[in-house]
Write a protein that binds this ligand. Structure first.
Ligand SMILES: NC(=O)c1ccc[n+]([C@@H]2O[C@H](COP(=O)([O-])OP(=O)(O)OC[C@H]3O[C@@H](n4cnc5c(N)ncnc54)[C@H](OP(=O)(O)O)[C@@H]3O)[C@@H](O)[C@H]2O)c1
Length: 261
């Protein structure tokens, strides 16, 4: 059965990717929706017209990947789209943020994403797509968002390598790298500190980010970057030494020094 698997389907861009895929890719026969909040998954199931399987799961749980492998083995889906959107970030300096929060980011943003890709590949059909949510934070180190930014650099690098590895199979991987997007992400991120005010000026519309992500994925782009600001940032980080950018951020207090615990 032609299947789209979406993590982080309970809110924000995961939820919107499910709706965008259904609207634009008519041959999907089933969605697998993953997240911890069952009521939200049920609500999305009601919104979609395609049959859905709901997996209430904490992707940080050490048993999750075994359960996922078992579900694949039992159902043997033909995966046409795999969207890894589950993720969170916590703002604050390494010395201030609790260990569980820091390692949790690694478990979810890196470990679960890697495991889900690895286990899903044998079920990916020809012309299938993997869409991994990285971030503009992948382009440079971010003091007071250090673990999150480093994790998203991993997602970008991993996705690019995987895209090359899968080249001959007809499966393509796209890393989505938006700047700040208007979702519930910041409700969680700001429990430990406030984002710099300038980021609010550049908040993108999640629907537009998701539409572009799907378009770029269909066009086999290895990276999807929404908006002129993020495209400019990507180029700047290739041209200007990172040390100079970090110094500039410090001088301009762009790391939100006064707001960061
Ligand atoms: N918003 C931004 O500014 C922004 C910018 C760049 C990149 N991104 C990335 O884009 C992706 C989507 O973020 P978003 O903006 O849509 O944020 P969001 O609205 O907060 O959605 C995050 C999703 O991750 C799921 N999730 C969190 N912890 C989980 C866990 N332990 N197990 C299973 N699922 C979990 C949440 O579901 P439950 O809570 O129900 O489990 C939720 O569905 C993330 O990878 C994020 O890092 C976001």
């Amino acid at each position: 059965m032609k299947t789209a698997i979406i993590t982080g389907a309970t809110s924000g861009m995961g939820r919107l990717m499910a709706l965008t895929i259904e609207k634009n890719i008519p041959n999907i026969q089933e969605f697998w929706l993953l997240g911890r909040r069952t009521d939200r998954l049920e609500a999305l199931k009601d919104e979609l017209h395609t049959p859905c399987r709901i997996f209430t799961a904490d992707l940080q749980d050490i048993h999750f990947l075994n359960d996922y492998e078992k579900a694949l083995d039992e159902n043997r889906p033909e995966i046409v789209f795999l969207v890894n959107a589950a993720g969170y970030g916590k703002i604050g300096k390494v010395k201030s943020i609790g260990l569980a929060d820091q390692l949790g980011m690694i478990d979810l943003n890196i470990r679960a994403l890697t495991g889900i890709c690895k286990l899903s590949i044998p079920y990916m059909s020809e012309h299938s797509r993997i869409i991994n949510f990285a971030s503009g934070a992948a382009f440079l180190p971010q003091p007071a968002f250090a673990v999150y930014a480093a994790g998203k650099s991993y997602v970008l690098s991993f996705s690019r390598s995987l895209n090359e590895e899968l080249h001959e199979t007809g499966c393509y991987v796209t890393a989505v790298c938006p700047g700040p997007v208007r979702t519930e992400f910041f409700d969680i991120a700001e429990t430990t500190g406030n984002i710099p005010v300038y980021k609010y000026l550049f908040m993108a519309d999640p629907e537009k980010v998701c539409r572009l992500a799907l378009r770029d994925s269909i066009l086999k782009s290895e990276i999807s970057v929404y908006g002129i600001t993020m495209k400019a940032l990507m180029i700047i980080t290739k041209l200007v030494p990172i040390k100079a950018i970090l110094l500039g951020m410090r001088l301009a207090n762009f790391s939100g020094k006064n707001n960061i615990k």
